[in-house]
Design a protein around this ligand. Structure first.
Ligand code: SAH
Ligand code: SF4
Length: 376
């Protein structure tokens, strides 16, 4: 993982390729295309970081790959583990010096739920959409991440868990987790603004010859880019969709989420309805709770009325805001309960996201902001 970009600028980054593209590249290099499957297995099943480990490849090919190719181009600048070690966060430096964050969240088995290891992936350096409660939004947009830079974040944590499987402290019966079970595109950036690279990364991670993570274990979260939601509904790769709703009226939503002026609620909900009709899949609506702003009984009723027509296809995830600035506060448990009960009255299923990793600045954008202040 920790590859110095010094002499790697002109090398071909293998993490950018799907299997057919890797075959194609080998053909262009006058190598046998069947080697692609072997290399893919080394990259995504053995999680190799070095071509010398690829022992079923001829020595000459290993040598050539070492000279002409790389396995990702990112450097880990900092890694933090929460006190309970259920949340881990890394700060990655990209080849051009840009900084991004990724988070690993570990969930021990609970009742009938099997244990989970979820990577929260960044898709852009910064973000162009400027939501007022979001630390990334306040940074502005730097650039899109490449498919390889997205894949590399998942591989980093996959290798870490493979090397040292994780067991919940104080839970003797919990089996160790040694692999990534889920990925959520909820780190820095807007995934559907970087549509092609994101889909390429998801196809790579989905490949049965490689990492083999099922599409149902992948979640794309979007600020609500209507044309891209419609495009996603037509993809053969059927991932989970989460919509950042955060307000049930145009007036309020436009205040906290400037994108609402371009794609107002009616258009967004209509795209969600068409998505549901095309995919027959449930959509999650994320609702960041901002005390005194969007968490009143009136807004709960408005939200219930807005989503009730979607019936069992809508699920609301209430997320107490992770305060990144003094302007917003999370409501207390009583207010959250009251908000949720009103949604239930409207027949809208909902849950609340447990807060995580407060001690390591887990809200995306916070670690980079802190690192940059220190560096300055
Ligand atoms: N750009 C995409 C995905 C990245 S943000 C999107 O907006 O959906 C992932 C989720 O975190 C979104 O629901 C976003 O609204 C939420 N989020 C942003 N800032 C937050 C904060 N300070 N506290 C809690 N959730 C936040
Ligand atoms: Fe961008 Fe999502 Fe943050 Fe909004 S919430 S600024 S879309 S990353």
């Amino acid at each position: 993982m920790t590859i110095t970009p010094a002499n790697t600028q002109k090398k071909t980054d293998l993490l950018a390729f799907t299997l057919p593209q890797l075959q194609q590249w080998l053909v262009e290099c006058d190598e046998a295309p069947f080697r692609a499957k072997q290399i893919y297995s080394w990259l995504y099943q053995h999680l190799a970081t070095d071509f010398s480990a690829m022992t079923n490849l001829p020595q000459a090919l290993r040598q050539r790959l070492a000279e002409e190719a790389t396995i990702g181009l990112v450097i880990v600048r900092s890694e933090l583990h929460s006190k309970d070690d259920r949340t881990r966060k890394i700060l990655l430096e990209l080849a051009d010096g840009k900084l991004i964050e990724s988070v690993l969240m570990l969930y021990p088995p609970l009742g009938e739920n099997s244990p989970r290891a979820t990577v929260c992936v960044s898709t852009q350096a910064g973000c162009a959409f400027g939501c007022t409660f979001c630390a990334t939004g306040q940074m502005g947009f730097d650039r899109h991440l490449s498919a390889s830079e997205i894949v590399a974040q998942v591989l980093f944590f996959a290798r870490e868990l493979r090397a040292v499987p994780w067991t919940a402290a104080g839970l003797p019966r919990s089996a160790p987790i040694d692999h990534i079970t889920n990925i959520v595109l909820m780190g820095m950036g807007e995934p559907l603004h970087n549509y092609d690279n994101v889909l390429q990364a998801l196809r790579i991670l989905n490949s049965a010859d490689g990492f083999n993570l099922g599409a149902r274990h992948m979640t794309v979260s979007t600020v609500g880019l209507v044309p891209a939601i419609r495009k996603l509904s037509q993809e053969p790769l059927q991932v989970n969709l989460a919509i950042s709703l955060h307000a049930p009226t145009d007036e309020l939503r436009s205040q906290t989420m400037p994108v609402n002026r371009k794609y107002p609620l009616q258009e967004l909900l209509s795209a969600c309805q068409d998505y549901i009709a095309a995919t027959k899949r449930q959509v999650t609506f994320e609702y960041v709770l901002l005390a005194g702003v969007n968490d009143t009984a009136e807004y709960a009723h408005r939200l219930g009325e807005l989503l009730a027509p979607l019936k069992q296809y809508a699920h609301v995830n209430c997320i107490p805001v992770n305060a990144t600035s003094a302007s917003y506060k999370a409501p207390g448990p009583k207010a959250i309960r009251a908000f949720r009960d009103i949604l239930f009255e409207h027949g809208v299923s909902n849950s609340v996201r447990a807060e995580r990793g407060d001690d390591i600045a887990a809200a995306c954008g916070q670690l980079r902001t802190r690192f940059e202040k220190k560096r300055a």
